[in-house]
Ligand binder design. Sequence first.
Ligand code: AMP
Ligand code: ZN
Length: 468
Amino acid sequence: MSPIHFYNTRTRTKEVFRPLKNGEVGIYTCGPTVYGPMHIGNVRSQLFADLLRRFLVSEGFAVTHVINITDVGHLVSDADEGEDKMEVAAKREGETAGEIAGRYTELWRSDRRAVNCIEPEHNPKATEHIAEQIELGVKLEEGGYLYRIDDGVYFDIARFPRYTELAGLDLEGQAGAPRIEQVEGKRHPADFAIWKFADPDVRRLQEWDSPWGRGFPGWHLECSAMSSRYLGEHFDIHTGGIDLATVHHTNEVAQSECGFGVHPWVEYWLHNEFLDFGGEKMSKSKGNVKTLSDLAERGYDPLAFRYFFLQAHYRQQQTFNDESMAAAARGHSRLVALAADLRAVEGPGDPDQQAAHRAQFCEAMADDLNAPKALAVLWDVVRSGKLAPADQRDLLLDFDAVLGLDLAHAERPQESYDSDPRIDGLLEEREAARVGRDFATADRIRDELAAEGVELIDTPEGPRWRRT
Ligand code: AMP
Ligand code: ZN
């Protein structure tokens, strides 16, 4: 078995993975703020954590995976200012924050199921762990890490010299300093709220009593409090998108190391890079938010998006556009068709013939989860002229337990074609030209259609087309 290596953001090196307890791994993943549907960038961060979990399970570890649900306290700006995202959504949609959270939590869960993510062992909600958050806040206060200003109780980063360690921050210089604006009275711009006071003039939907007064917890506090509740005060792996490292995760570390008296609090920090949209920032206001439902409307199976995800290493930026998604969908449907054929093969495989391929696959995944390489090993196996079909079948199904494309069940895709009056008309014209043996016209129409990205397909029912 190849030793497992992960790139650890905390040490900025690829390290051999050694769990704190033999054979067991605790993973904490920052989950969604449930004020809207998750976009496919968020889906990437879920798929990454799921791939990590599946791989560790395939290596024989007993995994406890915790993914939180943020249903309070995540303010519109990282500056501890502005409104709570849940409250904004509640006003926008004329519902209570609880209703909004319930609806989008369910949507998040069903989106995760659609891309075949395994249910985490724990899926705690911030609003159901207010007591744990207050308890950690009290510990921090007793340790002298907090101070009080008009709008809340803040963590004093000057009391924690390792504050910049996780993300290698340069708080004084320009480069690397997170852009956090000043809240009146903060001692340092990067000091962050542990507890925010409710404004007596503004009725909030979600507020609680605390030793500091009525209000609500700062966003970062929930992840420290809930991870320790389910994984203990010192655990193996924490994941999230790379954008979270400089503020959210840095603040989680500060609270946890000071509150629990541990260092390091988390052994391995794994961050996924962003899914980008070719330079275009995805935002709801621009109306270009891409969700799994948007993809489904365009005829894409959510598992084709999982296949798309597997084509890039998690620490590389991945560009999403029509062409890259269409190419992934073609690869995915070819693989599903091959899997359907291989599933029908009967009889036992020969472990000796399979061993070298298994080793290659494991080596790729053990090298900081190199999914594109692992996928290439899978393709080599299913295309191999040397392996017996029963061995191809066994390898395909075992590799897929890690990749998660559900190849044990995926149905051969129905061929789907597009339709559009103009292009349908051109197809008819081309057919007429062919019947009349006017091949020059037929070829010209074919080339013109190809130039606008239309692929012609001959079917038993006659010629059909689809966009490539
Ligand atoms: P949020 O709901 O915005 O707190 O984000 C949930 C998770 O998705 C976090 O781990 C983010 O870092 C991650 N994330 C947000 N946008 C993207 C993106 N475009 N690509 C990859 N991960 C993302
Ligand atoms: Zn978090």
